[in-house]
Design a protein around this ligand. Structure first.
Ligand code: NAP
Length: 267
C-alpha cells in the first residue's frame, strides 16, 4: 500500500524517517489530563507525529479544545474527552470511544493528577482520599480499562507519570509523594505481569516542571529551587513529552523502568 511521504519525520513504529503508512496513522493514544501542562505537551508531541490522540480532561473544556485545535491545525487527529479518572464508568466510556476511532488502543499515558500542599496532619482526610482516587486509583483504573484491548492486540505501551517525590519523598507533600510512590510500585509489578503479553509498562518521574501545578510558588521560590538543580533551571513540559514519546514509539525492550527528567536533581 502506498504511504504518505513525511520527509525528516520519524513516525511512530518506524526506525527511519520517511514513510507514514496508513497502518501507522491508526495508532491511538489516550492521554489523561491532556488539557494543560505536561499532558498537553505530550498530546502535541504525539499528535504532530501521526498519533490519533484522545485528549482527556476533567473541567477545563476550553483548554482541552485549544490543545485539540492545535493538533488539528498541524494536520493531526485529536478528540477532547471529558472524564474524571476517578470515575470508572467514565473511564470505560472514554476507552470505548478511543477504541472506536481506529480499532486499537496502542498507548495510554496516565498523566492526570492533583496535588495537595501542606503539613500531613493539616490536610483534610477527604482531600487526601480524593488525591489517591485521582493520582493512583485513577491511573490503575485507566490501565484496567485499556487492558482487554491491549491483550487482544498483544501489544501496547502504558506510561505512568509519577514524580521524583515518589522516589525521594517531599516534605509538605506527603500524600502526593505516597501516591506517586504507589504508581512506581504499580508500574514495576504490572510490567512483570504484562511483559509476556507484549505490553510494556513504564514510568516517567519528572523533577520540577514549569506548569500550573506549581502556580502557588512565587518567582523567588522557583528561582531558589532552580539553584538547587544541577542543570540550574526548571524543566519544560516538552522535555517530559520527549521521554513519553520515546517510551511510546521506541524503547521496544524497555519495561518496568523509571525515566526521570529532573535536571540531575536526583540521580
Ligand atoms: P497541571 O498543569 O496541574 O495539569 C493537570 C492536568 O490533570 C489537567 O489537564 C487536569 O484537567 C487534569 N486532571 C486533574 N484531575 C483530573 C481528573 N480527576 N480527571 C481527569 N483529569 C484530571 O499538572 P502538570 O504539572 O502538567 O502535571 C502532569 C503530571 O505530571 C501529573 O501527574 C503530576 O503529578 C506530574 N508531575 C508534575 C511535576 C511538575 O513540577 N509540574 C513534577 C513531577 C510530576 P483540567 O484542565 O480539566 O483541570
Amino acid at each position: 500500500m502506498p504511504g504518505i511521504l513525511m520527509p525528516g519525520i520519524l513516525m511512530p513504529g518506524h526506525s527511519e524517517p520517511g514513510i507514514l503508512t496508513p497502518d501507522v496513522l491508526k495508532k491511538t493514544v489516550i492521554i489523561t489530563g491532556a488539557s494543560r501542562g505536561i499532558g498537553r505537551a505530550c498530546a502535541l508531541w504525539l499528535g504532530k507525529r501521526g498519533w490519533c490522540v484522545v485528549i482527556n480532561y476533567h473541567s477545563r473544556a476550553d483548554a482541552a479544545e485549544e490543545t485539540t485545535r492545535e493538533i488539528q491545525k498541524a494536520g493531526g487527529e485529536a478528540y477532547p474527552f471529558q472524564a474524571d479518572v476517578a470515575d470508572y464508568d467514565a473511564v470505560c466510556k472514554m476507552t470505548e470511544f478511543a477504541h472506536s476511532l481506529h480499532g486499537s488502543i496502542d498507548a495510554l499515558v496516565n498523566n492526570a493528577a492533583v496535588s495537595e500542599v501542606g503539613l500531613f496532619d493539616m490536610i483534610d482526610r477527604e482531600r487526601e482520599r480524593r488525591l489517591f482516587d485521582v493520582n493512583l486509583h485513577g491511573a490503575m483504573d485507566c490501565a484496567r480499562a485499556v487492558l482487554p484491548h491491549m491483550l487482544h492486540q498483544h501489544s501496547g505501551s502504558i506510561i505512568n507519570i509519577a514524580s521524583m517525590w515518589g522516589q525521594t519523598g517531599a516534605s509538605c507533600e506527603v500524600a502526593y509523594s505516597a501516591a506517586k510512590a504507589g504508581l512506581i510500585g504499580f508500574t514495576k509489578a504490572l510490567a512483570k505481569e504484562l511483559a509476556p503479553s507484549g505490553i510494556r509498562v513504564n514510568c516517567v518521574a519528572p523533577g520540577f516542571i514549569d506548569t500550573e501545578m506549581n502556580a502557588h510558588l512565587s518567582d523567588e521560590d522557583k528561582a531558589a529551587f532552580a539553584e538547587e538543580i544541577p542543570m540550574g533551571r526548571i524543566g519544560r513540559p516538552e522535555e517530559v513529552a520527549e521521554c513519553v514519546a520515546f517510551l511510546c514509539e521506541n524503547a521496544s525492550y524497555v519495561t518496568g523502568q523509571i525515566l526521570s527528567p529532573n535536571g540531575g536533581y536526583i540521580t
